[in-house]
Ligand binder design. Sequence first.
Ligand code: CA
Ligand code: CA
Ligand code: CA
Length: 250
Amino acid sequence: MMKMKRIALGALLSLGLMACGPMEEPTPEPLFEEQDTQALEASCTSLGTGITTHACVHSGNPTDHLARTASATRTTSAPAISTKHKAYDLALPSGAEGSVTYVPATTGSYAFYRTQNVPFTVINGSTSATVAVALSHTVSSSGCSLVYVSVHDLTAGTTYIVATGPASGNALTVVPEFLDDSRTRYYQDADGDGYGNSATSVYTACTPPSGYTTQRFDCNDTPVSGVGINPGATEVCGNGIDDNCDGSQC
Ligand SMILES: [Ca+2]
Ligand SMILES: [Ca+2]
Ligand SMILES: [Ca+2]
């Protein structure tokens, strides 16, 4: 009898663990999204797949493309590439640098994805100061023509000159993205069961720290002992534990 009970318990626990499954909930429920603009975190080492996929959608969609003939000089009257959710196909001067302008609607961090890793300088049109690169790295996304991205902290209403090139073929496609449009909240998953602690989270457009997940509501995130306890687990009657985190036992 005891043996049967143990087998049944084991089977139920297995079912519970199976139910946890891979963490694939694509869209976490909104909770903290309505918050102030957030600059790129110092801890960010690369942009997350969410914002990169978003940029790739624009680069892959012909109707999102706009052509711009870059100016041969760095000037605030160069053509603008400021409209959101567009892929700008720049025609650069032959074998030389060309300039366009970017006027952000909101203060914050902007990512400029592009099809070639060529010189790319963002200049404050008012002060002529070069805007520091907050982050830059290569991009590798299947089926996507974008290969490189840099992030710059920009101020709303300022006209920035984007000087880039020379580029192969005298052409470069640039997809600007506002980081705040693509942030995701990730929850710490200390026990690694795919469900995070709702109280400990980061809201970022970057690759999340290891051990974070988009799923939350783990009511016991204690390493080892909390592994079988989460919203995906099957409730086991009589074990004194709220296995599925619904606030009650059976
Ligand atoms: Ca967990
Ligand atoms: Ca857990
Ligand atoms: Ca329960």
